[in-house]
Design a protein around this ligand. Structure first.
Ligand SMILES: [Zn+2]
Length: 463
């Protein structure tokens, strides 16, 4: 095959679960020499913000489509659709979903056809390990064969690193195939962080595998004479925090007398509460005693006592529910605050007895950029807009739950035990590294949706 060296192309490294602070520390220690010299020094670095819930799979959509998962009506790695549940029944295909099991195959079809993926838009796109394969051409899903076996061993025997090393080999092959766009997932930072700790030696080794891959990829691109035409982006979909305590939500609400519908226990007879967890630090609750989505007045009347007790649990940072059509209420153990939607979709935030987001009063209505800037370096980056856009979807449930750092929301079904979690709005989960090999290309704080725009600008708008 002849290589057309004039053609612009993009190599996207998705280092799943990489934290910007850990990456910077390793760079400072000289442990990631290729990332340090080729990206951090000669290119650009910024601390970006992912979407809420900050969970693998859905959080790839901003890069791939330029839209948040909820713009595809995908509200997490698991979701429950109250409308469909009541208007049809629980066995309807769109009543509920878990992308963790065999329903992962529905992910492509669940995406909004009006918001195509880069795979659909650029013919010579290649995929490595990404579960979202919508639009990948025949023969371009380079890990389609062998992935299942490697992932099985990774999960049950903690043999994580062979997966990334095999992925690197496929990435080297892709470079010989005249690619326009390569989306390469390196999953081991996430897996090691879940299994050990986000700064364990195993995890650091995973960062180094990605660094080693980058060096080899750049050398080969230089040999081919196409390095200048290649935009390399390295980013992650979420961070992770260390987990030492587990509160199993399903068990918790069962003990409170609820008949809980949750994955994988979806056969519960006559359920009255649906509990859906994503990334283990985010969950949504749907109360099944009312067909319509709950607003706060009825929610407090029917379930206020249960929820008031619930937010006193150490595992719970805060919960969010709809006050009315134009406001959301955030409640923690100290009290409540309100996010209000003003005309033109502007947002304000006002503590009412408590300040769960730690922002103080933000009374001047803010647009998208203003609310991003006001919260970027807070405990909960981009919290106002992320809550707003998530709660616009009924699939977010009646109540969303943000777990406290150190805790997660799933125990009983989790084998092996998780020592790391993500999914929440906390900065440890929301901040992601974004590096490129082009000087000053992305050096300001951005949302991960912005990466999609940078990629399409580099490649030229698709036909
Ligand atoms: Zn992930």
């Amino acid at each position: 095959m002849t290589i057309t060296s004039h053609k612009k192309n993009v190599i996207f490294y998705l280092i799943d679960g990489a934290r910007p602070d850990v990456m910077l520390k390793l760079i400072e220690q000289g442990q990631l020499p290729n990332i340090q010299h080729e990206l951090y020094s000669k290119g650009s670095f910024t601390k970006g913000v992912t979407c809420f819930p900050s969970t693998t799979g859905p959080a790839y959509l901003p890069f791939l489509t330029g839209y948040y998962p909820v713009d595809h009506d995908i509200t997490g790695i698991r979701w429950f659709d109250k409308d469909t549940y009541f208007s049809k029944n629980r066995w309807d295909r769109n009543a509920m979903r878990s992308y963790c099991g065999y329903e992962a195959k529905y992910f492509n079809a669940d995406m909004d056809p009006q918001k195509p993926s880069l795979f659909e838009q650029y013919d010579r796109s290649f995929n490595i390990y990404n579960m979202i394969t919508k639009g990948v051409k025949e023969g371009h899903d380079l890990t389609r064969k062998g992935k299942t076996g490697l992932y099985f061993k990774a999960h049950f025997y903690h043999e994580h690193h062979p997966v990334d090393k095999a992925g690197h080999e496929r990435l080297m092959e892709s470079i010989e195939m005249n690619p326009q766009f390569v989306f390469a997932v390196f999953p081991s930072v996430d897996w090691d962080s879940h299994t050990y700790h986000f700064e364990d030696d195993h995890t650091k080794e995973s960062y180094k595998i990605a660094d080693n891959s980058l060096g080899k990829v750049i050398n080969r691109l230089k040999e081919q004479g196409r390095y200048e035409d290649t935009l390399i982006i390295m980013a992650s979909d979420h961070g992770l925090s260390a987990t030492t305590h587990h509160l199993d939500l399903g068990n918790y609400f069962s003990k409170k007398g609820f008949r809980v519908l949750e994955y994988p226990k979806i056969w519960t007879i006559n359920p009255n509460l649906a509990v859906f967890i994503s990334g283990n630090s985010f969950a949504s609750l749907s109360f099944l005693d009312q067909k319509e989505t709950y607003f706060s007045a009825d929610l407090k009347k029917n379930h206020g006592k249960v929820l008031d007790d619930f937010v006193q649990e150490d595992a719970i940072d805060f919960i969010v529910y709809r006050d009315n059509e134009h406001a959301y209420r955030i409640q923690n153990q100290n009290g409540e605050a309100v996010i209000r939607i003003e005309p033109q979709d502007l947002l304000t935030y006002r503590p009412e007895g408590a300040d769960p987001l730690g922002l103080g009063a933000l009374e001047t209505p803010m647009d998208r950029d203003q609310s991003f800037k006001a919260t970027y370096d807070s405990l909960y980056p981009d919290a106002l807009y992320q809550i707003h856009q998530l709660m616009k979807s009924k699939r977010a449930g009646d109540v969303i739950i943000n777990a406290a750092i150190g805790h997660d929301l799933r125990d009983y079904w989790e084998i092996p035990e998780h020592k790391g979690s993500h999914g929440s709005l906390h900065w440890e989960h929301m901040h992601v590294p974004i590096l490129t090999n082009k000087k000053n290309l992305i050096s300001k704080p951005v949302s991960t949706t912005y990466i999609h725009q940078v990629i399409t600008e580099w490649l030229g708008k698709p036909e």
